[in-house]
Design a protein around this ligand. Structure first.
Ligand SMILES: *Cc1c(COP(=O)(O)O)cnc(C)c1O
Length: 354
């Protein structure tokens, strides 16, 4: 037995996926490794229905928050912040010496295009940095209208889809850079980050100075085009797992995977509204994680302890929302049956100990 994770990353990983990682290591400059990377590359394009560049870096999501900025922004970038992760991204741009500005929304709210339009009236930004699924608040900001806007202004749309890509239905072709690590909606262990890059963003990267070394899109592409290789040693074990999982994901299909996530989200949202309240701005609820307002003021730590004794775990609120909310993730390979079990178990715990 182990504690099943209903936390918004890292998520539960199936036993068969974990087993894939115990295969013998191969050299990273071998034909076998090139074949493996090429298959992953092609299957990522296939699952996400895109011809955009796709790259797999050995890093967590935060790595690509930095990499995306370094590759595509020389000076000016506009961040839309509505929670902890979008605020982190804003900090990252500043830490990299960019001229970063932010439209700051209250936690729980979604970003709106009209505010971006307003900003562009007085200033041009090379990039708009948007967090599709704010995991700290359970808020989902759809990207379609932002995509149109970025085209209109000849700006690049950079999207953190860390906790939604692979679960939610997202057209990656609508973003110039969009990324997610393996440990959230892909249902894999942490350690890799997947990024899709539009031709426009690749072209921009060529002109950007000081892209850095490790996350350089241009050298990544050159290695892939010429040798089907990666400049640095990748986490080969995780590549095995990703390769295996992608086949399962393709078999399930993007739409079906989305419907499963949507069904789980509806179950948790209904349960949350019946028993507590939903934290997210109405109409912008995440498909992969639900933030519940702790309107009954229960002791979340106690509840989680009781849950752990029953081999399940959910999350506290994030940062300043630690006591005010709690979060239930329904992402990756978790099923509606497991969500039903979880909700019934929480019901049991809170009726005994209100
Ligand atoms: C988890 C998360 C991150 C950070 O990803 P790491 O893999 O932990 O570095 C960034 N953005 C969002 C929206 C996240 O959920």
């Amino acid at each position: 037995m182990h504690v099943k994770l209903f936390i918004p990353g890292p998520t539960e990983v199936r036993e068969d996926v974990l087993k894939e990682m115990s295969r013998p290591i191969i050299g990273h400059r071998t034909k076998d490794m090139s074949d493996l990377y090429e298959r992953i590359h092609n299957n990522l394009q296939k699952f996400f229905n895109t011809q955009n560049e796709v790259m797999v870096f050995t890093a967590s999501g935060t790595g690509m928050m930095e990499g995306s900025i370094r590759n595509t922004v020389q000076n000016d970038v506009l961040h839309l912040t509505n929670g902890s992760f979008s605020e982190r991204w804003f900090e990252i741009s500043k830490a990299n010496g960019k001229n970063a500005e932010a439209i700051k929304y209250e936690w729980g709210k979604a970003a709106k295009t009209k505010d971006v339009e307003e900003k562009f009236k007085s200033m041009n930004y090379e990039g708009i940095a948007l967090t599709h699924n704010e995991t700290s608040t359970g808020v989902r900001t759809p990207i379609d209208d932002f995509s149109k806007l970025s085209h209109e202004y000849n700006s690049l749309l950079l999207v953190d889809a860390v906790s939604s890509l692979g679960g939610d239905l997202i057209d990656v072709n609508k973003a110039d850079v969009i990324f997610a690590p393996t440990q959230k909606s892909f249902g894999l262990p942490p350690g890799l980050v997947i990024v899709f890059i539009s031709p426009k963003a690749m072209e921009k990267a060529r002109s950007v100075k000081s892209r850095g070394y490790y996350f350089d899109f241009i050298s990544m592409k050159k290695y892939y085009d010429e040798k089907r290789q990666i400049p640095a040693t990748p986490s080969i074990s995780l590549f095995y797992a990703l390769d295996y999982q992608l086949e399962k994901m393709i078999k399930e299909g993007m739409e079906a995977r989305y419907r499963r996530h949507k069904q789980m989200a509806s179950m948790v949202q209904k349960w949350a509204s019946d028993n507590f309240a939903l934290f997210a701005e109405p109409g912008y609820e995440s498909v992969t994680v639900t933030t519940v307002s702790n309107s009954r003021n229960i002791n979340v730590d106690e509840m989680n302890k009781a849950l752990k004794a029953r081999w399940m775990s959910i999350s506290n609120g994030y940062g300043k929302l630690r006591e005010k909310t709690f979060r239930i993730a329904h992402m990756g390979d978790i099923t509606p049956t497991e969500i039903k079990e979880l909700l019934e178990t929480i019901d049991e715990i809170i009726t005994v100990k209100p």
